[in-house]
Design a protein around this ligand. Structure first.
Ligand code: FAD
Length: 431
């Protein structure tokens, strides 16, 4: 009897799923992608910084064709108090020349384009198909269903690329529901503004872009950050925090974003702009210590669905792509052996362990705990730094020596043991 199964069914047409499908199809495997959105990218929410080098590795020559917004030539790290902003900027004209480091993108456009690359490789991409469950046979995943009478499809392997809070990975027994401490919730708006206004307000050369990461008051002092990324004719602005902190503090991300937009240092940047898109989305931030099982009989999980996000360095899409590619590699090897058993699929986990994804997640495995245990980093410290800067910069007839003494008092007024503990903790969690 002819085998009507696909080699692989990919659930979700984000960067992880599309990369997996593209690689599988390019190797001659039969692959179908099921996406619940009206088109790939329709449901995607992202701040929108896409790194060039990892994307080039997945899709050589992408810059010539992909819908990209602005090359990012600058990174600003800022702290807000109620009335002040302080921070640092790194701008390099090397980032303003090819090969660029990163681009801003609108994911709804980028993902739609990226999916055509999987189709060109031979994958079939079906939008408006929501997978509701997995099909099982003798304890092995053998396909998926949309819950409709004719909505069952079978495959040797199912690739779960259904993003944050993957219900299907839970159904596959790979992990339990993420805990609130393992997820961040972020609200984001796309605000349209003419290109010249963006370039004037952010002091950018024509066509170039910047990325702002903003701590402190941007999140009501909770662990998390606000961001503003410049697109061609719009700004992506968002903010959010760990779900556990949001629940405990009773704060909600819609109010947080409204408040962030009204801050005296932020409001002028977005003034006159029109909100054209609003969304809120979860980000899995449990990191290395909370990684799920990545494979089982007949199934692998990739990208956000597997919790592969590096929140410290704002990397999600590129890690999703790498995991999609490595999962594909393991499936291609399984196909060559004619063996899709759990033992063969474990190769995916092995490949991932040696990749930049797991190595980076391992490196920052203690960072969230470090910051979460120290709420004063985002409340008290920005205020002290702001007071010091204001004192130093205010010319009021007080001799500089007296000012220095006052500033030293402000610094030494902080609990010394805690300061030392913070410094040691920061060093340990980042090295
Ligand atoms: C506000 C915000 C800002 C971010 N900023 C950045 C950034 O600047 N840079 C960066 O690299 N990363 C960023 N990220 C993270 C990044 O968006 C993700 O890491 C990345 O999109 C993960 O890709 P993925 O393919 O695993 O999942 P997704 O991109 O979420 O794709 C999952 C897909 O699966 C589909 N799907 C879900 N369930 C089903 C189902 N049952 N059936 C069929 N289809 C389904 C969804 O519609 C979606 O298209 C940000 C995330 C958020 C929320």
């Amino acid at each position: 009897m002819e085998d009507e199964r696909f080699d692989a069914i990919v659930v979700g047409a984000g960067p992880a799923g599309i990369t997996a499908a593209k690689e599988l199809a390019a190797a001659g495997l039969s692959v179908v992608v099921l996406e619940r959105g009206q088109f790939p990218g329709a449901k995607n929410v992202s701040g929108g910084i896409l790194y060039r080098q990892p994307t080039e590795e997945m899709c050589p020559g992408f810059e010539a064709e992909a819908p990209l917004e602005r090359p990012i030539i600058e990174q600003r790290y800022l702290m807000l108090t109620e009335d002040a902003m302080l921070g640092g900027t790194y701008r390099s004209m090397r980032f303003a020349e090819p090969p660029y480091n990163a681009y801003s993108v609108l994911r709804s456009e980028f993902d739609k384009w990226y999916a055509t690359k999987a189709e060109e490789a031979g994958a079939e991409v079906f939008p408006e198909f929501t997978v509701t469950d997995l099909l099982w046979e003798d304890g092995k995943v053998v396909g998926v269903t949309t819950g409709e009478p004719d909505g069952e499809l079978q495959a040797h392997v199912v690739v779960l690329a259904d993003g944050a809070n993957s219900l299907l990975a839970q159904k596959a027994g790979l992990h339990k529901e993420w805990k609130p401490i393992e997820q961040a919730l972020v609200a984001k708006e796309l605000i349209s503004l003419p290109a010249e206004k963006i370039e004037d307000r952010f002091a950018l050369p024509t066509g170039m872009g910047t990325a702002l990461e903003i701590f402190g008051e941007s999140t009501w002092g909770l662990l998390g950050y606000g961001f503003i990324y410049t697109n061609k004719e719009s700004l992506s602005i968002g903010t959010g925090g760990l779900l556990e902190d949001l629940i405990e503090s009773g704060k909600n991300v819609n109010d947080m974003l409204d408040r962030f937009k009204q801050h005296p240092a932020i409001a002028p940047l977005i003034a006159g702009g029109e909100t054209v898109e609003y969304s809120a989305h979860l980000i899995p931030e449990g990191g290395y210590k909370h990684l799920p099982r990545l494979f089982a009989d007949g199934v692998v999980v990739v990208g956000d669905a597997a919790g592969l996000v590096n929140p410290l360095n704002r990397e999600g899409a590129n890690l999703a792509m790498v995991s999609g590619k490595l999962a594909a590699q393991a499936i291609i090897e399984a196909k060559a052996k004619g063996d899709f058993s759990i033992a063969t699929l474990s190769r995916y986990s092995e490949l991932l362990d040696y990749s930049v994804v797991i190595r980076d997640l391992f490196k920052i495995r203690n960072t969230t705990d470090f910051a979460h245990e120290r709420p004063h980093l985002f409340t008290e410290y920005p205020h002290v730094m702001s007071d010091i800067a204001r004192e130093y910069l205010t010319v009021d007839g007080v001799p500089k020596k007296d000012k220095q003494k006052k500033i030293a008092k402000m610094l030494f007024g902080l609990p010394k043991k805690r300061l030392l503990n913070d410094a040691v903790g920061a060093f340990r969690s980042l090295t």
